[in-house]
Design a protein around this ligand. Sequence first.
Ligand code: GLY
Length: 434
Amino acid sequence: MTSVLLIGHGAREHCIAEALVKGGATLFAVMKYHNPGIVSLAREVKIAALEDAATIIDFAKQKKIDFAFIGPEAVLEAGVVDALESHGIPCVGPKKTLARLETSKGFTRALVEKYKVPGNPRFKSFTDEKGMLQFMQELSSFVVKADGLCAGKGVQVMGDHFKTIAEGFAYAKTCISEAGKVVVEEKLEGEEFSLQCFTDGKTVLPMPLVQDHKRALVGDKGPNTGGMGSYSCPDHLLPFLKQEHVNAALSITKQVAAALLKETGERYHGIMYGGFMLTKSGVKLIEYNARMGDPETMNVLPLLENNLVDVCKAIINEKLGTINLSFAKYAVVCKYVVPQGYPDHPLKNEKIVVPQNKARIYYASVDQRNGGLYLLGSRAIACVGIAPTLAAAEPIAEEAASSIQGKVFHREDIGTKALIDKRVQHLRVLLGSV
Ligand code: GLY
């Protein structure tokens, strides 16, 4: 029997918990509130701050934990993996130095450049404003990334968040004064996709491709969010990508894993989740995350045909090369139900009711109390449809999302043919193939 400690309390962690328990784990969890999905799967949960290494170590020792699985990036940045491993508890999740892959945009851009890995856009890092305005003028259309973890809010894109070079310059100066460093890079145009890989620091094994939807509202309107939902296809590709594009993205991740090992002398244990974009000049790297994606986890883990506990052990023991990773060939559509007003002014502490139906339900930012389920302000419920085709998976997710009662909304268009055709057409026009 393997005792596993899961750290995190969202739908991503609910889905990870499900896969670990299916793999035979005795599950313990540390979370900030009572996620009912994780509570129902775990032998025992500890309610604590996810960055509270001392409490987590005490709990892990008491429960004789064999390994920990880290959900969110803030836990990595807080050095909880370093602390657990120094007490002999191995982790699926990189140490703080290696998690810079996500926590420092400047670190990753510089690493990719130094090791001559393809995929970087034109970029420069700045610690003061010297030369910054000139570089922005040279690029004319650019992105400003605060060089620190800002829960997705540190990135501002010209045309979306600011309209003029002067506004971008002002935001970049704020990043320097708050984060100490800023990365300015060329704005890319194309279609984004997520490639999540397991790695033991040498072997890199890919999961099926997923496309997330960042904007809050139907038709890709409204503010950026943590991700309103996602889809993935039975062939594990995406309708606008060819195998050569996947090969290019995977090759970048393999080269970055090797570069990380050379640069730090340490092996990365966990997940390298690359956000890529297919552009007119090929596959480009947008950013790396050092953990599973949310919602992308819901697209891949339910299809994993291996035992996740075995995959985790292979990561920890640096034997991932012995694993023949395979995923069932199904389409998956995930739609997040979120509080009215999300993301800027979300309702909180409102009761919701989640009826049972054909979809899989993963609980996120909801607390179970007084016999009810209450919104906490972030993405609330992930509704997941799994079927042989996208056309069959989408209505399953849609029926579940629209059946949730309360002051909530979701994006009806995620996973629909109309939206996917729009993505395909966008790339056709961009690549000049129409
Ligand atoms: N899909 C967005 C994220 O996990 O950061």
